[in-house]
Design a protein around this ligand. Structure first.
Ligand SMILES: [Zn+2]
Length: 347
């Protein structure tokens, strides 16, 4: 097998090793596609990923070997990486908050003792069989690569408490931002406004159902909101850009009693001030990752073509791992067009 390893800032090494065989409870997957996500781009830029397994975590593929004791997974089955079942013994599990199981989180981000040293930028990956979720027949391979980021977006919309007829702003029209805007609409938002600096992303947002798109949080956004909310401000603001500036600008758009949701928030918001939310009694919420049932909900929406993901995918795909570094370098320049780059490690 062949896999990509992050060796330093803007430095990817391609390495070979023997094909893996599964330990008890494990499954070997031949990777079909692995999307390049925001955390991958950040890891490439800085040379530091949260873990080896987290570099390339939006993968989908086919089961090629099943370890002893694995149930319901079989050779040839199409699967996507999901979340492990809760451990049942950590403090959140004991408090019946299994969605916050510590061991599930560790396994998902590749920090558990059995974690692989590489992610889905590889011809094969080994995973705990309980983590894998079958991909519905009706979902094609390339769309399946969007299940993971779409689950992040579904989770964010569920966290937001969005109600029928709400006016929603989504800051950022990358993959998660665009999916969040689509899902907010599906969930019953009356109006969705997208904000992104890139004109191509704004056009894509409108193609996918946003009512309007603006380049920045400025007077034109505020005027639009004044007209459509009678001067109240947005009911829900999702911020899908991991900067203090983006979150601060989003805070300014939330109406009284509304909510702002920081999606996939990183560790760079130490200096964030939320004081201005106080007089509006607006909620500040965070949304981290997704839970197992978010993946099921995404697949239900994709099967019926209610959630459109194909327009988010760039063509052509990156075929083989030899061009992976070049794909990252090009992506760093934030080429115009659809945001999601898919890698096909097996060519
Ligand atoms: Zn637990």
């Amino acid at each position: 097998m062949r896999y990509a390893r992050l060796a330093g800032p803007e430095w990817i090494e391609i390495e070979d090793r023997e094909d893996p065989s599964p330990r008890p409870g494990q499954v070997v997957v031949e990777i079909d596609t692995c999307g390049i996500g925001g955390s991958d781009r950040e890891a490439y830029r800085t040379g530091a990923s949260g873990s080896g397994a987290w570099f390339g975590h939006e993968w989908t593929g086919r089961v090629v070997a099943v370890g002893r004791g694995v149930v319901d997974r079989f050779e040839g089955q199409r699967v996507v990486a999901g979340v492990s079942p809760p451990c049942g013994v950590c403090p959140p599990c004991r408090s019946n908050r299994t969605a916050y199981c510590r061991s599930t989180l560790e396994q998902t981000v590749g920090l558990d003792p059995l974690a692989a040293d590489h992610g889905g930028f590889a011809t094969h990956a080994v995973a705990d069989g309980r983590r894998l979720v079958p991909v519905a027949e009706a979902i094609d391979i390339r769309s399946a690569a969007l299940i993971e980021p779409a689950a992040v977006a579904v989770h964010a919309v569920r966290r937001s408490g969005l109600a029928i007829g709400d006016v929603v702003v989504v800051v950022g029209a990358g993959t998660v931002g665009l999916l969040t805007a689509e899902i907010a609409r599906i969930a019953g938002a009356a109006h969705v406004v997208s904000i992104d600096t890139a004109v191509a992303r704004r056009e894509l947002a409108c193609d996918l159902g946003s009512d309007a798109a603006f380049a920045a949080v400025d007077d034109s956004v505020r005027s639009w909101l004044d007209v459509h909310t009678g001067g109240l401000g947005a009911d829900i603001v999702f911020v899908c850009v991991d900067t203090v500036e983006a979150i601060s600008s989003g805070i300014g758009l939330v109406g009284s009693g509304g909510s702002i949701v920081a999606v996939g928030v990183g560790d760079r918001i130490d200096n964030l001030s939320i004081t201005s939310l106080l007089v509006r009694e607006a909620d500040f919420r965070v949304s981290l990752g997704y839970s197992a049932d978010d993946i099921g909900r995404v697949q239900a929406l994709m099967r019926q073509d209610r959630l459109r993901v194909r327009p988010l995918i760039q063509t052509p795909d990156v075929r083989g791992l030899a061009d992976l570094a070049a794909a990252f370098a090009a992506d760093q320049d934030r080429r115009p067009g659809p945001p999601k780059v898919l890698v096909r490690p097996n060519g």
